[in-house]
Ligand binder design. Structure first.
Ligand code: URA
Length: 233
């Protein structure tokens, strides 16, 4: 019990018996933060182990044409998880998601809601580049699905932002066109891992580069995501 509480109770004439063996609030808080810290370290070490497994993956045909896998990047304990489609040419070369022009726009979108790229975690539905940037095939998305599931379980984000149709439809197993998905609150639920995370869908930055007029709608989506994150919606 905090001294201030004790003082109040004494002033009210209430006798308070404090168990000598009871840990103080301060030590309980300290112990909890040590526990949290070690849980965070464990998660980030498991994420690195998973990255090594991803690098060796040959589960689908894309391993034949990739330069390297693109696992994902960012804060292992991020509150925000951004999910895109698949690596493009530049990402395949550098091994990091969203490093091309679309990546620059994604960074700007994140900054607009007060988030630095390093604060969030960025991943894709596919960890390997489809040749000529074609859409991922069903069997490729299925082969990669468990990696993303494990990333979500380890990172435990408080909110997921899907950028683009492929990310949204694959994550949410929903064929609704993206124009109808945006502006809605979805939930990513996985009963195996007791996961229940709000999901917001917005346009892919590469699409926004081609259709800058749609940036306004994307801004609305981002603002909605912030409200959900803050528990205001
Ligand atoms: N587009 C995506 O969806 N992901 C990337 O990593 C790069 C471009």
């Amino acid at each position: 019990m905090q001294p201030t509480q004790l003082q109040y109770l004494k002033a009210l004439g209430i006798d308070v018996w404090v168990d000598r063996n009871m840990p103080s609030l301060e030590s309980a808080v300290e112990n909890q933060s040590i526990l949290n810290e070690s849980a965070e370290q464990a998660a980030s070490s498991k994420l690195r182990t998973l990255e090594k497994q991803v690098a060796k993956c040959t589960a689908c045909v894309l391993h034949e044409s990739r330069t390297q896998t693109v696992y994902g990047v960012g804060n292992a304990n991020a509150d925000w998880l951004i999910i895109g489609e698949a690596p493009g040419a530049e990402e395949d070369k550098q091994g990091e998601p969203f490093v091309g022009l679309a990546g620059e726009l994604l960074n700007a979108m994140l900054l607009a809601i007060g988030l630095k790229r390093e604060q969030v975690f960025i991943a894709n539905i596919l960890k390997c580049r489809p040749p000529n940037n074609r859409d991922p095939r069903l069997e490729e998305a299925q082969a990669c699905e468990n990696f993303l599931k494990k990333q979500i379980t380890l990172i435990k984000p408080k909110i997921i932002l899907c950028v683009g149709r492929i990310a949204a439809q694959n994550l949410l197993k929903d064929e609704t066109p993206i124009g109808k998905m945006r502006g809605q609150r979805y939930v990513y639920a996985d009963t195996d891992t007791d996961t229940n995370i709000p999901v917001v869908v917005t346009y892919h930055p590469a699409y926004l580069l081609r259709s800058p007029k749609e940036k306004r709608k994307s801004w609305e989506d981002l603002k909605m995501a912030v409200k959900i994150f803050n528990g205001e919606s």
